[in-house]
Design a binder for this molecule. Structure first.
Ligand SMILES: [Zn+2]
Ligand SMILES: [Zn+2]
Length: 425
C-alpha cells in the first residue's frame, strides 16, 4: 500500500531542476555551503553504542565543521549511507533559522513506504546520506522574527514537502504537491538554500519555512497523528477533490494498509458507506469491527464482487502491486470516480469498455497541498481520527523497515523520536 508516484514526482522534479543533478549539485559536493565536505566529515558511530556517548564523541569531532556552517545548528539523525538502506546515527547541521522559519523539535515521525524505496534507491534518486521521514510531528522551539503563523510551544506537523515555487498555477490553487518546484522533505534539493539536500524527520530537529508547516489540533494522540501528515492527506485530498466526502455516498477502498485504513476512517467520519476491497479474507473482521467499514469484499471471489456491481460512487485504490482493475471499475455507478494512489511498476490494464459505457473517471493522486493538509488535520481533530500505529524507538528502525517490506505492520510504524534521541533541539 505505498505510493510510488511520490517517488516518480521526485524524479520529475530532479529532471526539472535546470541541468538536473549535474548543474548545481553532485554527490560529492559539500552538503552545506562552507561545510567541510561530504559524509567523510561527519562522525559516524556504531548503532550499538549508546546515543549519549555517540553524541558527546561526535560533538568533539564536529567543532571545526560547526564553526564553518554559519550559525546552522547541530542535529542528530539516523541516515542510510548506501542502497543497503541500513540506517545508523548521523550527525549533521540544520540550516540557520531565517526570518520566516520555524524550528521544530521532532517528537514523532511515521515510516512511509516511500522512505523504504528512497533509502534503498529503488528509483535511482537517493543522494546519500539520506535521513528519511516525512510524517513529522513536533513542537515549535523557536520562530524567526517574521513568523506570524506559529509560536514556540505549539504542536505542528510537516509532511511530504517543505517548499515549492510559490508562483505557478498549482501553487496558486493550493496544490503545491503538484508544483514542479516542490522540495521534498527528505532527499530533496533545496534550491532556496544553496541546493542542499534535505534531511527528513528521523532526526531531533528540523527548520522549515512557516508556509509549509501545519498546526496539529489539540486532543489528537501525537503518535497516531503523525501518519496523517502523509497517509492522511493522501486519502483526504482526493476525497475533497472528487466529492467523495458526502453523507450517504458509497466509497470503495482497495487495499487495507497504511493508506487504506485511514481512508476507511475518513469515509465513515464523512457519513459515507464504506466498503473495503481486499485480496485477504483474513482482514474482514478487522475492517468491519476495528475500523468501522460497512462491508468487505474479497476481490478474488467473483460472486461477492458480482453482488456489488454498480453500487459505488467512487473508489480509492491504494494498492502498489499489479492487480486487475476492470472488475473494480465495474463496482462503480455510472460516472463513478476511480482514484489511484499506488504506483505499480508494471502498467495496469484498462480496457476502454471498463470506463466508456458508464462515463467513468480516472485520476491519480499524490499527497495533498498545505491547505488540504491543514483542513484534514482540523477534521481529524474534530472526529478523533488517527492512524493505527505501532510506536517504536529509533534503535528498532532497521527491524521495522524489514517488517514494513513484508507488510508486517498494522498499520503504520511511528518512531518515538524525542524519546529515542533525547531533547537536543
Ligand atoms: Zn509518505
Ligand atoms: Zn509552484
Amino acid at each position: 500500500m505505498s505510493h510510488h508516484f511520490q517517488l516518480r514526482s521526485s524524479v520529475l522534479s530532479l529532471r526539472f531542476f535546470p541541468g538536473g543533478l549535474g548543474a548545481g549539485f553532485s554527490r560529492t559536493e559539500p552538503r552545506y555551503p562552507g561545510s567541510s565536505g561530504s559524509s567523510g566529515a561527519f562522525a559516524v558511530a556504531s548503532p550499538a553504542r549508546t546515543l549519549q556517548l555517540h553524541r558527546a564523541k561526535a560533538t568533539a569531532k564536529e567543532v571545526g565543521m560547526q564553526a564553518e556552517t554559519a550559525q546552522g545548528s547541530a542535529a542528530l539523525g539516523w541516515a542510510a549511507r548506501d542502497a543497503s538502506g541500513v540506517l545508523s546515527p548521523f550527525d549533521f547541521s540544520r540550516r540557520a533559522q531565517k526570518d520566516d522559519d520555524v524550528t521544530i523539535k521532532v517528537l514523532y515521525c511515521g515510516i512511509c513506504h516511500t522512505d523504504l524505496y528512497t533509502i534503498k534507491n529503488e528509483w535511482g534518486t537517493a543522494m546519500y546520506p539520506v535521513v528519511p521521514g516525512h510524517e513529522i510531528l513536533g513542537v515549535v522551539t523557536s520562530v524567526g522574527s517574521g513568523v506570524t503563523k506559529f509560536k514556540a510551544g505549539e504542536t505542528v506537523g510537516v509532511g511530504y514537502f517543505l517548499g515549492s515555487c510559490r508562483s505557478c498555477e498549482c501553487c496558486g490553487n493550493g496544490y503545491e504537491n503538484y508544483c514542479s518546484g516542490m522540495v521534498l522533505t527528505s532527499n530533496g534539493i533545496d534550491r532556496e538554500h544553496g541546493g542542499a539536500v534535505t534531511q527528513g524527520g528521523f532526526s531531533d530537529a528540523i527548520v522549515v519555512n512557516q508556509d509549509y508547516v501545519v498546526r496539529v489540533p489539540d486532543g489528537l494522540p501525537l503518535d497516531g497523528a503523525a501518519p496523517l501528515l502523509c497517509a492522511g492527506v493522501t486519502v483526504y485530498s482526493p476525497m475533497m477533490r472528487f466529492g467523495l466526502n458526502a453523507p450517504g455516498k458509497h466509497l470503495g477502498v482497495v487495499g487495507l494498509g497504511g493508506l487504506g485504513h485511514v481512508a476507511v476512517k475518513f469515509g465513515k467520519a464523512f457519513g459515507m458507506k464504506v466498503t473495503v476491497i481486499s485480496t485477504s479474507p483474513g482482514k474482514r473482521e478487522e475492517a468491519l469491527e476495528r475500523l468501522g467499514a460497512d462491508e468487505f469484499l474479497v476481490s478474488r471471489d467473483p460472486e461477492q464482487m458480482q453482488k456489488a456491481v454498480g453500487t459505488m460512487d467512487g473508489i480509492l485504490d491504494t494498492v502498489s502491486a499489479w492487480h486487475p482493475i476492470s472488475p473494480l471499475f465495474a463496482l462503480m455507478k455510472p460516472m463513478g470516480q476511480m482514484v489511484f494512489l499506488g504506483g505499480p511498476t508494471k502498467p495496469l490494464e484498462l480496457p476502454a469498455y471498463a470506463i466508456v459505457p458508464g462515463g467513468k473517471g480516472i485520476a491519480g493522486n499524490c499527497v495533498g497541498g498545505i491547505r488540504d493538509c491543514q483542513a484534514m488535520l482540523d477534521f481529524a481533530g474534530k472526529h478523533g481520527i488517527t492512524a493505527e500505529v505501532e510506536v517504536i524507538k529509533m534503535d528498532y528502525v532497521n527491524t521495522a523497515l524489514e517488517r514494513l517490506e513484508k507488510n508486517d505492520v498494522r498499520y503504520r510504524f511511528v518512531i518515538d523520536v524525542a524519546g529515542s534521541l533525547g531533547s537536543t533541539a
